[in-house]
Design a protein around this ligand. Structure first.
Ligand code: SF4
Length: 298
């Protein structure tokens, strides 16, 4: 596995608890990276020899502003291209937002600002507008990141650039519990591929505060406190992973079939089926399907 990007989930905590969130972000979540751990993780990223970019996201990374700023300084000084993702709750005014952002100028390549009708009561929130204006003043490249409101024909047009492959809600994490029951379902055996992640040769993966390396949120392929990242990459064998292997062989349908979970039930999308099957398999594969934070169980 040759990684080029590593996404740091700086914290599982968030000031919001959006229905569509697939990492169950909320004020009650636990798990925050510390500077000694970030230093260790960045050093391990350097040792892979292939990782060139890192992103800091969450949860909401600006909740731990001093840690975030120091982490960005460190990552930039080590030569990584750095980006940030935030819901911009802190951008109460343009001038205030400039004060938040100016210390990042020259250190980050981009800031992605999340705003949509899941986060706020308007598609492009005042905070998002302030953050984008402040970023321009601070000389930081910024973009709006929005998720389409699912299932509403009168929903406003999606604005901003959606992440690659993410044209709408993915029904995993809290979205599987909160949103999926409201939407139409398709037969379980129609979900024969993973539509969003390159599980065989991922270019980027997510790292959480507990050291877990996620190939998709909640599917763990190693832990950096137990095994150096370079060794996890070298040893990664998708065919030997109890969850990745069936997903590659036949998507969520094969995951359910292989472990005797297939029934008559339908699902909203592939992620909904995958997440539901994984919930049922957590006790059987505790090392691969963790931590509790990703399954709304903490
Ligand atoms: S199908 Fe499963 S592995 Fe693929 S993106 Fe959805 S939740 Fe992740």
């Amino acid at each position: 596995m040759k990684l080029t990007g590593l996404h740091f989930l700086l914290t599982y905590q968030c000031n919001f608890a959006c229905d569509h969130c697939f990492v169950w972000g909320s004020p009650r979540q636990t798990g925050v990276m510390t500077l000694p751990h970030i230093r260790l993780f960045l050093q391990q990223a350097v040792e892979t020899g292939t990782i060139k970019s890192v992103a800091f996201e969450g949860g909401e990374p600006f909740l731990y502003y001093a840690t975030l700023l120091e982490a960005v300084r460190l990552a930039a000084s080590m030569g990584f291209a750095v980006s940030l993702v935030s819901n911009a709750y802190w951008a109460t005014d343009v001038e205030d937002a400039v004060a938040y952002l100016r210390p990042f100028a020259g250190l980050i390549q981009s800031l992605s600002v999340s705003s949509d009708l899941y986060h706020y009561d308007e598609q492009t929130s005042r905070q998002a507008r302030n953050a984008l204006a402040a970023a321009e003043q601070a000389g930081i490249t910024a973009r709006l990141m929005s998720i389409a409101l699912a299932g509403r024909k009168d929903a406003p047009t999606v604005v901003g650039e959606l992440p690659p492959g993410e044209t709408g809600v993915m029904y995993r994490g809290r979205a599987a519990v909160k949103l999926a029951p409201r939407h139409a379902r398709k037969p379980w055996d129609s979900f024969t591929t993973c539509p969003h992640e390159n599980l065989r040769e991922p270019g980027r993966v997510h790292l959480d505060p507990l050291g877990n390396l996620h190939i998709c949120q909640g599917i763990v392929i190693g832990n950096l406190f137990e095994t150096p990242l370079r060794d996890i990459c070298a040893a990664y064998d998708p065919a030997a992973h109890p969850v990745v292997a069936p997903l590659l062989d036949g998507g969520p349908a094969e995951l359910a079939r292989r472990y005797g979970l297939a029934g008559e039930e339908g699902y909203v999308d592939a992620c909904h089926m995958c997440y539901t099957a994984r919930l049922a398999l957590r006790q059987r594969f505790p090392a691969a399907l963790r931590p509790d934070q990703m399954y709304g169980a903490n």
